[in-house]
Design a protein around this ligand. Structure first.
Ligand code: AMP
Ligand code: MG
Length: 481
């Protein structure tokens, strides 16, 4: 028996929100990983989850008591073009639990089979993207960045057909909700104002309780703008590139969701891009703060009909809120990068100092992660092809540091607490996937272990800090499916 203390609220929303689905059995479910700490936080029993009955649940073969399996409906702009009908094509929400901190968490399976939203797809996932999402989402969490979590990964014993047959797998994803900008667009595009209103009330209650009241829709929008400004600043601070910032992959609660061809940068360049499906670089590293504004504008557009009787006034008010993104983002970005330079105080000129460093790094083959981390020691100049490029900047930085009134130790501790020592480097992630497909989960476990403490220098994981050689470098990452 697997007891999950479900307390399902999404399933109580109108039928327009989802389609009910049934579990579809897989041949030979096998547990690859269980996140026991997370299980305990959710009030689940890890022993039950690792039992055959538990693995059946985590593979989507059987629904536990109290589950109300459903596929959520949503729409979305994909690379700028609107698709009115997307939805969970390969995912199934089992239900929600209220965790030990009192937070409502979705328990969702990804790769669990076809749904009414699958269109031409098979509803399945293969092992590679499942393990990538597991490793990267847990690494993000360990870095203190808001994200969906990974509870488990299971292989199904079935093949999925991509370019070649590949081992099928299912991820169990945990999230404070799966409400996307595209969920709002879904109802707005249908002019289904009753559902739009129900979604707005539900989202406010779940994510932004302070926005309850007559100005709820504007309060929700404004809170989402703030949450995303803070989130994207964190992404930028660790060199994370989401890869597919479509509006259906943009979470209204400001958490990172849908890890597809995502990547952490090795050497820094603002135009850095890995996704194989993003030919024009729409979602390149440096574009992320602009793209999120575009996505948030779609959220505003969806909410306008609920914002009052005077649409012109609502548009103006929403535009003002949207325009506040840039100042909020700037503040969050400065806080992030000041800390990365060991600076606690805010001074004029800090932005120029940070930009100067980044500009020097670009084109110098400077590894993003290692350069910032090295600022906590004396070897940062070695990260530059021409170390003298660093020296001029260093002189300016040392003068600025001297103004701080903190000790060098304090400064270095601050740097180390914001600039990770280890990140899931693309070549390590690819190597891990290759090994797993061959039946060796050692690299997967090792990566997870190293990334559980990303801000610590651990001798045993020293090799994971090394940037790829030109032979090892992964320059292209592929979609999550
Ligand atoms: P993504 O941008 O990868 O999160 O997915 C975009 C849309 O494609 C979503 O509606 C997914 O549910 C759907 N999708 C992706 N892969 C599959 C698949 N293998 N089978 C069915 N639907 C899929
Ligand atoms: Mg998606």
């Amino acid at each position: 028996m697997v007891k999950i203390p479900f307390d399902n609220s999404y399933a109580a929303l109108p039928e327009t929100f989802y389609s009910r689905v049934s579990p579809s059995p897989v041949s030979a479910p096998k547990l690859v990983a269980l996140n026991t700490d997370l299980a305990v936080e959710l009030g689940l029993n890890p022993d039950e989850l690792t039992s055959p009955a538990g693995v059946a649940v985590l593979s989507g073969s059987a629904a536990p008591d109290g589950a109300t399996p459903l596929a959520q409906a949503y729409a979305g702009h994909q690379f700028g073009g609107f698709s009115p009908q997307l939805g969970d094509g390969r995912a199934m929400l089992l239900g929600e639990v209220v965790d030990q901190s009192g937070i409502r968490q979705d328990i969702q399976l990804k790769g669990s089979g076809r749904t009414p939203y699958s269109r031409g797809g098979d509803g399945r996932a293969w092992l590679g993207p499942v393990l990538r999402e597991y490793v990267v989402s847990e690494a993000m969490h360990a870095m203190g960045i808001n994200t969906t979590r990974a509870l488990s990964a299971v292989t199904t014993g079935d093949s999925v057909m991509r370019e070649t047959p590949l081992p099928g797998a299912v991820l169990c994803r945990v999230a404070t909700s799966h409400i996307r900008v595209g969920t709002f667009q879904y109802f707005a595009a249908r002019q289904d104002l009753a559902s739009l209103k129900a979604l707005t009330d539900y989202t406010i209650a779940r994510h932004y309780p302070d926005a309850v009241g007559p100005d709820g829709p504007m309060g929700l929008f404004s809170a989402a703008v703030t949450a995303q400004a803070n989130l994207i600043a964190r992404w930028m601070g660790v060199g994370f590139i989401h890869g597919v910032m479509n509006t259906d992959n943009t979470h209204v609660g400001g958490i990172t969701i849908d890890y597809g061809p995502c990547a952490f940068m090795d050497s820094y360049h603002p135009a850095r891009l890995y996704s194989s499906i993003d030919r024009r670089g729409r979602y390149a590293y440096g574009n992320q703060p602009e793209i999120i504004v575009w996505n948030l504008a779609q959220l505003a557009t969806s909410l306008i009909p609920l914002m009052g009787d005077d649409p012109d006034a609502s548009v103006k008010a929403a535009t003002d809120v949207l325009h506040s993104f840039s100042a909020q983002y700037k503040t969050a970005w400065l806080a992030e990068f000041r800390a990365k330079l060991g600076l606690k105080q805010a001074k004029d000129g800090d932005e120029a100092l940070i930009m100067d460093l980044l500009e020097r790094m670009a084109g110098q083959n400077a590894d993003f992660t290692n350069t910032f981390r090295a600022l906590a020691g004396d070897k940062a100049r070695d990260q530059f092809t021409d170390p003298t490029v660093f020296d001029d900047w260093n002189t300016r930085w040392q003068i600025r540091l001297a103004d701080e009134g903190t000790t060098q130790n304090e400064q270095r501790r601050l740097i180390r607490s914001t600039s990770p020592a280890v990140i899931p480097r693309n070549h390590r992630v690819e190597e891990m996937i290759e090994a797993a497909v061959a039946g060796d989960y050692g690299p997967f476990q090792r990566l997870n272990a190293a990334l559980a403490n990303p801000f610590e220098d651990i001798k045993e994981f020293e090799d994971l800090k090394r940037p790829p050689t030109s032979d090892e470098e992964v320059t292209e990452t592929f979609c999550g499916t």
